[in-house]
Ligand binder design. Structure first.
Ligand code: NDP
Length: 329
């Protein structure tokens, strides 16, 4: 029996979430046909929600947070995986209903795994992580919907955060003129270096949204939800589309139907948790071939497992810029 380090979330008698660094053993691992030695994870907004208990994302107690993993297979009863294989796991309820990746070890279903492209290190894979998968899936949905860079600029809200920074970088790389929206003026230069053509504050999105406002963008990637997404919808050009990714400001959407029925605007949702495995393989191979490693490194900080709880608390306060990778093992 091996014992190993993991972040453990438990509930106290009042239902408050308690997070601590703990030692677990193989007997604590959940059912699955592949055992992994985790090499790196990441700090996603959802991990912050789990650590703080701000929204009830945890559906099993105790829980280990961490929705993203880059790992090495150490044992497998799954026909596709052998010891020594290098893999990526994101989503599928890991860190919510199944023990997550802020841990030296995991046991999971082999059906959830994607081979890590050889050109991506574990840290690079986790710098991309759920953020890269979400943006790549959103971009594909946008193109399949028929909206392209030729139709006009794209706006990215929550741009200084993890998914937002990723969206700025990947959209600019694909030829979009990107307007980055951030509440943190100090992040302006970094967002420009990631490829933003324009960086603006949140002022345009303050207060209740009008049904329609001046047409500005052909497309949007929204990490924020609530009134911000309502404003974004009211400002899209006719035939434009918004990719709804996040809820950093809330789950509500105080919008009107005017943009849909008077401008033919579309609202497209992305759920990275359940992207089918075959699509993930295509996306990961495309990301590995096209990502700008220097820009990816510039938007990423690497922290040890012992610092992950603090980073989880900070991300829900909107106090983390870019992507945070957790080095493990
Ligand atoms: P971050 O905390 O890194 O980024 C969120 C950003 O949103 C902040 O950095 C801030 O950007 C902005 N923001 C926060 N609060 C407010 C507010 N009240 N009003 C306006 N802007 C605000 O989180 P992530 O990038 O990891 O995740 C972003 C969102 O995407 C989350 O809601 C997350 O749950 C969701 N998500 C969804 C996925 C999916 O599959 N659909 C996958 C991954 C994440 P700034 O400082 O620049 O203004």
């Amino acid at each position: 029996m091996t014992d190993f380090a993991a972040v453990l979330l438990e509930r106290d008698d009042e239902g408050k979430t308690m997070a601590r660094l703990a030692r677990l053993s193989d007997a604590d691992l959940m059912d699955g046909d592949v055992t992994l030695a985790v090499r790196a994870s990441a700090v996603n907004f959802k991990d912050g929600l789990a650590v703080t208990g701000r929204l009830p994302v945890v559906r099993r107690w105790p829980m280990v947070p961490g929705v993203d993993a880059a790992a090495t297979v150490i044992a497998s009863e799954h026909p596709r995986w052998q010891p020594g294989d290098e893999v990526i796991l994101t989503g599928w309820g890991v860190g919510e209903a199944h023990l997550g990746a802020w841990s030296d070890r995991m046991r999971v279903s082999g059906d959830w795994l994607v081979r890590r492209p050889a050109t991506l290190s574990p840290v690079e894979a986790m710098a991309l992580g759920t953020a890269g998968l979400t943006v790549a899936e959103g971009l594909d949905r946008l193109l399949r919907h028929g909206v392209t860079p030729a139709d006009g600029p794209v706006v990215v809200t929550g741009a200084a955060g993890g998914v937002g920074s990723m969206a700025v970088m990947l959209l600019a790389r694909q030829g979009w003129s990107v307007t980055a929206v951030t509440g943190r003026p100090a992040e302006t230069e970094r967002l420009r270096q990631l490829g933003a053509a324009e960086v603006i504050g949140r002022e345009l999105f303050a207060g209740p949204a009008k049904p329609l406002a001046r047409e500005r963008w052909a497309a949007a990637f929204d990490m924020v939800g609530s009134a911000v997404l309502a404003h974004v919808l009211s400002m899209l050009k006719p035939g434009g589309a918004a990719i709804a990714c996040g809820n950093a400001a809330g789950m509500d959407l105080p919008a009107s139907v005017a943009p849909f029925i008077l401008r033919g605007v579309s609202l497209i949702g992305v759920d990275s948790v359940r992207v089918p495995t075959a699509r993930r393989e295509t996306i990961w191979s495309h990301l590995a071939d096209t990502v700008d490693r220097h820009r990816l490194a510039a938007m990423t900080q690497v922290i040890p497992l012992a610092d992950a709880i603090g980073a989880g608390r900070r991300i829900v306060e909107g106090d983390v810029a870019g992507r945070t990778v957790v080095a493990i093992g």
